[in-house]
Design a protein around this ligand. Structure first.
Ligand code: PDD
Length: 280
């Protein structure tokens, strides 16, 4: 495997950053994960625009022009022979002697890795549906920024893992579901409307979330962007989650509550099929 590190393509095992990289010391950086299917990047523009926004919000200057970054992404994929998989991009504020405020004159650090993913395994999971647990959302107040500060997400996903679940849906202080540890959460209400939390600072504006909204609208579904409670989640007709690596993943159980008849719902299944068409 080959990684891109600040202008160089280096063997994965030798790809290193300095110990005083601010990403390492302060989680002072942002990232993106973009899926590649059949050699094509899915929603590249959406991901790069979100990356740009995350950088602006944290006042980190872009390490290179958009067009150059698009080339580096392709070259990283090519060197790793990835046709189906993901590319990971990370930008940190750079290397400087440890001090909290932004250092003067540092260059942002850019790192990319790519790996193949077996999408057939994702599809097999989706056929059965997955279980999720609910956990308290202990994250900071700017979840709209795709920051590399992911400790609460790591803890939530570990809770899910230990419970034998696929994902943990996080719940805010008002009892409202925000999102999964690395996915957006959706329900289908009794009227067949698709409900997902509205954008703002409480959740990450998922790129898959937006694509699924667009696809669902084109297919005549009604979308409601609003917060929903854990009670609504557990009594929903259908539940699913979305992300770059999970696509549309039907959820068949939340904590101890079985959703519907315990099988992926018909609407979720139809949406997954529509999303797979969109990917091809
Ligand atoms: N996670 N919410 C959170 C907190 C996320 O980290 C992600 C993405 C999503 C889904 O967003 P998108 O559809 O743009 O992938 C929602 C990535 C995949 C990750 O951390 O690996």
């Amino acid at each position: 495997r080959i990684a891109y590190v600040n202008g160089r393509y280096v063997p994965h095992a030798e790809a290193v950053v300095h110990i005083e990289d601010r990403g390492y010391q302060f989680a002072d950086g942002v990232y993106e994960v973009i899926a590649v299917a059949g050699g094509r990047l899915i929603d590249e523009i959406g991901h790069l625009e979100r990356l740009d926004r995350s950088l602006r919000e944290l006042r980190i200057s872009p390490p290179m022009a958009y067009r150059s970054l698009a080339l580096v992404i392709r070259e990283t994929l090519r060197r790793n022979r990835v046709r189906d998989g993901i590319v990971y991009l990370q930008i940190t504020r750079g290397v400087s002697r440890r001090d909290h405020p932004f250092p003067d004159g540092v260059r942002p650090a850019l790192v990319l890795t790519a790996k193949s993913v077996n999408f057939a395994a994702v599809a097999a999971r989706a056929e059965k549906g997955v279980r999720v647990i609910t956990v308290e959302d202990i994250r900071w107040a700017r979840r709209d920024i795709k920051s590399i500060s992911l400790l609460p997400n790591v803890l939530a996903k570990q809770d899910a893992r230990e419970a034998g679940a696929y994902e943990a849906f996080q719940v805010d202080g008002e009892g409202l579901v925000t999102e999964g540890s690395s996915t957006n959460a959706w329900i289908i209400d009794t009227d067949g409307r698709l409900v997902t939390r509205d954008l703002g600072t409480a959740i990450l504006p998922g790129i898959t979330r937006q694509s699924v909204i667009d696809i669902a609208r084109q297919n005549g579904y009604t979308i409601v962007e609003r917060a929903f409670t854990v009670e609504e989640l557990k009594s929903a007709r259908e539940v699913f989650l979305t992300s770059t690596t999970s696509f549309v993943m039907p959820v068949v159980q939340v904590d101890d509550k079985v959703i519907g008849n315990g099988q992926p719902g018909s609407l979720s299944t139809a949406l997954l099929a529509a999303y797979r068409d969109y990917m091809d």
